[in-house]
Design a protein around this ligand. Structure first.
Ligand SMILES: [Zn+2]
Length: 217
């Protein structure tokens, strides 16, 4: 049976980690918008050159083009057992365009799993995140600090910095964008009857078990 899965949640909810684990467990590809845009440029197709022109001009790629990219990708032979969507759709118009694409191409209904994490925990996770400007590894000041005595690949100890995206004012903006544009998808998919919700607090393995229970339901 074809498994089309979308993990929905706020930034920092851990959906990327779960999507990757699911992709490995089920042996089906993960479809991320960023990766699709990058590979379209490299392919040198007509669509790829349009994407390159838009990105090089510093403009945002429209929903229509992202849907075209998704359609191209879903047509591939290795995407017929299913896909795990990562970071798309993010708005109601995108979700509606995707629904229409699924109906037009006869794909099985999208199974949506919401990863539920309270806003205060999202703030704690994102604002505690640090990355090393030399080796580019990501850490968390309390959840995942660099092990004592570990030296940076660039030599010495890691130079940890807060990304501009994870600064308090940027985090508030991201949470607001999520609440305004993405959270309405919860009701959109709940109404379609293939919607599940899991508690995103706790250990990665426990959350993954809950996600798998939704897949097998
Ligand atoms: Zn480092």
């Amino acid at each position: 049976m074809q498994q089309n899965i979308y993990l929905l949640g706020a930034p920092g909810a851990g959906k990327g980690t779960q999507a990757q684990l699911l992709s490995e467990k089920l042996g089906i590809p993960q479809l991320s918008t960023g990766e699709m845009l990058r590979s379209a440029r490299l392919e040198g197709s007509e669509l790829g050159s349009r994407v390159a022109a838009i990105m090089d001009a510093g403009k945002l790629v429209s929903d229509g083009i992202v849907i075209e990219l998704v359609e191209h990708r879903l047509a591939r032979a290795d995407h017929q057992d299913g896909v795990i969507l990562d970071g798309f759709p993010r708005t109601i118009p995108q979700a509606e365009a995707l629904d229409a694409l699924f109906a037009r191409t006869g794909r099985s209904a999208l199974k949506v799993i919401a990863v539920d994490v309270p806003a205060d925990e999202i703030r704690r996770r994102l604002q505690g995140r640090r990355w090393c400007t030399r080796c580019k590894k990501t850490y968390h000041i309390t959840d995942n600090p660099p092990p004592p005595g570990q030296s940076c690949e660039g030599g010495g100890t890691c130079l940890l910095e807060l990304r501009s995206d994870d600064k308090p004012e940027a985090v508030e903006k991201r949470l607001q964008t999520y609440a305004d544009q993405t959270a309405p998808l919860l009701a959109h998919y709940r109404a379609k009857g293939t919607f599940f919700s899991v508690n995103g607090m706790g250990k990665i393995g426990d959350i993954f078990s809950a996600v798998m229970a939704c897949i097998l339901a």
